[in-house]
Design a protein around this ligand. Structure first.
Ligand SMILES: *Cc1c(COP(=O)(O)O)cnc(C)c1O
Length: 366
């Protein structure tokens, strides 16, 4: 059996370092917003090329706190509209709603698993204040075009970079440094994953960084002095310690993911399987390798018979979720087709060559 993602094996690579670090942590007796958080924030800002990084509890909070930060600064207010891809993971939509803003869903473009830029431009109204591009599956959104639309219309650009740690544009600029602010998740399955929940915000905006730092910790400006109705969403110090151990391996892992992806793209050759497309090499870090098939049930049964793990990202689009009934009358045919046809096949950086070859053989024999 080739598992979809063997987290135990991924983290076993760092076993000794984790154990040593945990011993130090236990000895230090300091658990919240300690030296590991500060050090990780500096290292991750450095990695992304941004001036600031703020560690928070998870990816959803990272996105929400950016929006709450802009509200505290008076740059966003209740019911402002935020444009977001209709095929995103629901977290992006929830963050916007939880911040008291209105998500406006934008229909997808099939071959890029992202929003259609014409639809994006056409959806701007007098209430639109921000665009939230999602680098879904690890592939950068078309940021040059998005930033141009944003500049022309005076909109904020907030990246959902939860699946794209380390993705770079042609100029070598990283995900997290391609808009006004970005939210990252370090959920264990992500390209940079903690051993529990964790997230971060990156930005070059000092004012925003300062306010988010307060918001994540009860809105405090100094101990027991509350400036805002804040949140409790602090990056755990032990998770920051684990992330510091894993960060130096992120680039090598992304290179291995891309190597496997390129092998899939050049050797999977089956008219029943539609492969993903991407242009600029380093703009995709292949958090997921997502193929499309017309008869998904038949195909996934076949994968199971052949002992190949898979997942569906995602089976139900946000507008068809029970939690978002107010969108249930909307129709996004391309998004709906994507959700009916996608299958994610294994692309973990610890897959060995035999496993990759076996996956290719099984897919070509389907
Ligand atoms: C994982 C993910 C999130 C949310 O991250 P959590 O840490 O699970 O809260 C947000 N957006 C996208 C695209 C994600 O993949």
């Amino acid at each position: 059996m080739i598992s979809f993602l063997d987290l135990h094996k991924i983290n076993l690579r760092f076993e000794t370092e984790f154990k040593n670090k945990f011993t130090d942590f236990l000895d230090a007796g300091y658990y919240i917003l300690g030296s590991n958080v500060t050090a990780f924030e500096e290292e991750y800002a450095n990695y992304c090329g941004t001036k600031y990084c703020i560690g928070v509890g998870n990816g959803l909070d990272a996105l929400r706190l950016i929006l709450e930060g802009y509200k505290a600064l008076g740059k966003l207010s209740d019911d402002d509209e935020v444009l977001v891809a209709s095929n995103t993971y629901i977290a992006t939509v929830l963050a916007i709603k939880q911040a008291g803003l209105t998500p406006v869903l934008i229909e997808s473009k099939d071959d890029i698993f992202n929003f259609n830029l014409n639809e994006l431009s056409n959806s701007i109204t007098s209430k639109t204040r921000a665009i939230m591009p999602v680098h879904l599956y690890g592939q950068l959104s078309p940021m040059d075009a998005i930033n141009e639309i944003a500049t022309k219309n005076n909109l904020l650009v907030i990246e959902d970079a939860a699946q794209a740690h380390g993705a770079k544009n042609k100029e070598g600029q990283m995900a997290g440094n391609l808009g006004d602010a970005a939210g990252f998740s370090f959920y264990p399955t992500k390209n940079l994953g903690a051993l529990g929940d964790a997230g971060a915000i990156t930005t070059n905006n000092e004012e925003l960084a300062v306010v988010i730092k307060k918001l994540r910790n009860y809105g405090t400006s100094s101990k027991y002095v509350n400036e805002y109705i804040g949140f409790n969403s602090r990056l755990d110090d032990i998770q920051a310690a684990f992330l510091r151990i894993k960060l130096p391996s992120l680039n090598a892992d992304n290179i291995r993911r891309r190597e496997i992806a390129n092998q899939y793209l050049s050797t999977i050759n089956n008219p029943k399987i539609k492969l993903p497309t991407f242009n600029e090499n380093e703009s995709h870090v292949f958090h997921l390798f997502v193929i499309q098939v017309s008869n998904r049930e038949e195909f996934t049964n076949y994968l199971t018979q052949n002992e190949i793990g898979f997942l569906i990202h995602y089976p139900i689009p946000p507008h068809q979720q029970e939690a978002l009934l107010e969108y249930s009358k909307l129709s996004f045919p391309i998004t709906e087709k994507i959700h009916q046809q996608v299958v994610s096949i294994p692309i973990s950086p610890i897959l060995n060559n035999n496993e990759v070859t076996k996956i290719i053989e099984v897919l070509n024999s389907y």
